[in-house]
Design a protein around this ligand. Structure first.
Ligand SMILES: *Cc1c(COP(=O)(O)O)cnc(C)c1O
Length: 390
């Protein structure tokens, strides 16, 4: 086995594509403790700074006192607690849909929904840079998977016209693209879906909590309704600051998932205490306009500062602000320099997570950052990028 695996690992190292974990020794926050010291953190998805919120921590402890630790079984056996059920009702209300269903992670939610909605003889159309879990789900479903050019309605239309013989057609997109930070053109996507009698699913892992009224997400930001976006997925591990995911939609959609989604049926329910914590998190998130305003101010500060330094940003108005470097090795070097010289943690994102030649620093902002911390990042970027060969 060693002889078989080692060469591929070596090749990854040589291509600067080797992935390694850093050991974190404290909670998420604008500062993060790593085993070799405290750093400024610009790579978490905890956009509202709720992952270490005292009220949510208290709710988690309270939930553990009430329910213990493990859920004990899947939702369909005896793992579906009152806390899970109440959270589902609150998430349905939050997303303006009849029902919501909890999943143990966003990855599993996407596998479950897509494989329940389409299969052999159907077609699934996905944005090329959709999250890996959506692509994997499309492959697993057995439906014909077509990847259209990023955010390109013309390309989607072309693919749809080729798929007239398929029984069901499902269009799937990220709401906010996880590595680019831009928004999907949802109004045009929903119009195209309706025109072609296709269903539209939005994975709003990075929009929920951040965009829309009360943080309802990208679909609300564009003022689209549940008819225009019948399948809505959100994750709880990002702006919610906890863990898990949900799918929201009609009664028939949710009942179909309960009957058919294998990643729902054949897995242990989330710890109920996490559901208790998430109920508190949802309440805080809905009321967190101050945090969303602060985030908006930090985003503008970062973008105008970066522009003054001559850095090329992407067209993103969200907390995800990628800095394209291109070469994987250079992206790694830049990330290392920021950490070693400036104690700033920004992760380098390399292929295959992003297309070849578009390795980048994925900078994320959080409502807990201060203006001074953003300035520190900007001046560190200024001094580290000047030494880079163009
Ligand atoms: C993070 C993410 C997921 C996966 O969610 P987890 O709860 O972390 O498994 C799915 N889709 C998108 C767009 C994501 O960014």
């Amino acid at each position: 086995m060693e002889e078989t695996l080692a060469p591929a690992l070596q090749q990854r190292r040589e291509q600067s594509l080797y992935r390694q974990r850093r050991i974190v020794t404290g909670p998420q926050g604008s500062r993060l403790s790593l085993d070799n010291g405290s750093v400024l953190n610009f790579c978490s998805n905890d956009y509202l700074g709720l992952a270490n919120h005292p009220d949510i921590i208290a709710a988690l402890k309270h939930g553990a006192d009430e329910y213990g630790v493990g859920a004990g079984a899947s939702h369909l056996i005896n793992g579906h607690s009152h806390a899970h059920h109440a959270l589902e009702e609150e998430l349905a209300d939050f997303s303006g849909r009849a029902r919501a269903l909890l999943f143990s992670s966003g990855y599993m939610a996407n596998l479950g929904v897509i494989t329940s909605l389409v299969g052999k003889g159907d077609a699934i159309l996905e944005d090329r840079i959709n999250h890996a879990s959506l692509i994997d789900a499309g492959l697993l479903s057995g439906a014909r998977l077509q990847r259209y050019l990023h955010a390109d309605i013309g390309s989607l239309n072309k693919h749809l016209q080729k798929q007239v013989n398929n029984k069901r057609r499902l269009i799937v997109t990220d709401g906010v693209f996880s590595m680019d930070g831009d928004l999907a053109p949802l109004p045009a996507l929903s119009a195209t879906a309706q025109q072609h009698h296709a269903w539209l699913m939005v994975d709003d892992a990075h929009g929920m909590g951040v965009l829309g009224k009360q943080g309802r997400g990208t679909v609300d930001h564009f003022e689209l309704d549940k008819k225009q976006v019948p399948v809505l997925m959100g994750t709880l591990g990002k702006a919610f600051g906890t863990f898990g995911a949900f799918v929201a939609g009609s009664e028939a959609l949710i009942e179909t998932l309960i009957q058919q989604a294998r990643s729902y049926i054949y897995t242990t329910a989330l710890p109920p205490a996490v559901a208790v914590a998430t109920r508190t998190s949802l309440e805080l998130l809905r009321a967190a306009d101050d945090r969303r305003d602060k985030l908006g101010t930090l985003i503008q500060q970062f973008r105008s500062g970066a522009e003054q330094l001559g850095l090329t940003l992407m067209a993103s108005q969200t907390p995800i602000q990628p800095l394209i470097v291109g070469d994987a090795q250079q992206a790694m070097t830049l990330s290392d320099t920021l950490l070693q010289k400036h104690q700033i943690l920004v992760s380098a994102i390399r292929p295959p997570t992003v297309p070849k030649g578009s390795a980048r620093l994925r900078i994320t902002l959080c409502a807990n950052h201060t203006a001074t911390q953003v300035d520190q990042l900007l001046s560190a970027l200024d001094s580290s990028t000047q030494k880079m060969t163009p």
